[in-house]
Design a binder for this molecule. Sequence first.
Ligand code: HEM
Length: 373
Amino acid sequence: MRHLKTAKHLQEFDPEVSIILAHNMGIFSDLVHFIDTKTDVWVVSWLTLSILVTYTGGLVIYRLFMSPIAQFPGPKLAALTYWTEAYYELLYGEGGQFVFKYREWHEKYGPIIRINPRELHIQDAPYFETFYGSSRPASKLKDLEHRFNNPSSAFATSDHSLHRIRRGALNPFFSKRKISDRVPLIRGHMDELCSRLKREFQGTGRVLVINEMWGCWTTDIIIEYCFERRYNFIRDPDFKAGLVVSLIDLLDGVHWITQFPWMVKAMQLLPDSLVGWLDPRMKNVIDFNKEMLTQVEEALDNAHDKDVKGHRPDTIFTSIIQSDVLRSEVAPVRLQHEAISVVAAGIETTMRALTISVFHIVNNPSIHQRLRE
Ligand code: HEM
């Protein structure tokens, strides 16, 4: 105790002396060191807390009052934090509910609302022409480019000028004439499907899972359109198409990846076998991605070959390969990303639209009757 008093007294007098003393006083030196460390911890804690409080306060003030979109109406909690969106996308009900939630907000706040700290949502269809009618360039959100694990596809490309180039390479295949040219192909698949339904399902009481059937049909068409290759999923005994299952599995994880884009990068660091073991659905996704790479590699090998009649293959991918785009645009991985995008976009959307149409036709006798006539 006496030592302590002495040391304290000396420290008041000359701090350097107390340090020398402390170093020379055995157990006493530990005590002084403890007091110093404790002081340091307090200082660091207070400093950290002050920085956190100042940062959070600044962020709240910025988001609510100073952001360029601060004056737009909408729930304050949504303007304040991305967690509102994350809650409706990941935890509320089955997830993926944000789109329905902000539709409710529109009823309360009007046609243009703020749905998160940096986004507005417009629910006013005629305003589309005004908004996109000008030549003002508009980029897609950069944060969304990894959503479907195909960042260099046209669909995911954020930068306006690069998107224009990539989209330009796809355009010829979405022209009315090109689609019309493919009508015989689409009809052929439909005829085959109808004969099978008559043969195996009509009047048998056997249950037909409509979405799986349309999944097989749309997959066969888009794969033939992209690669001139027939998978013939419509001949599968139970209408089970592995590619469709992979695609649904890919879409299952999308809400999580949209909220936490780093998850994709983290998964890429792990070996495929480990990712597949951690989540068996991801194995299907990996298989789908590999299949797309195989297809584009074959397209790259065969793009300049002619068949016996002297015809070159005429698909989306051979057309991109033969075009005069930069060679980096036809690298296998870039084309793989494009294939994931076009094949997925061609399957899921059409399959769902047809399934929902069948539901409404079957449940609406007047429409059903009119179609039969
Ligand atoms: C009912 C059917 C369909 C619906 C509702 C639909 C809907 C959409 C929507 C909303 C987008 C814009 C996405 C965005 O930029 O965030 C889009 C883009 C796209 N869709 Fe579709 N789609 C359908 C069918 C198809 C089909 C059959 C194909 C291919 C054969 C296709 C290929 C694409 C491609 C490549 C893009 C990206 C275009 C770009 O970024 O410029 N879609 N689709």
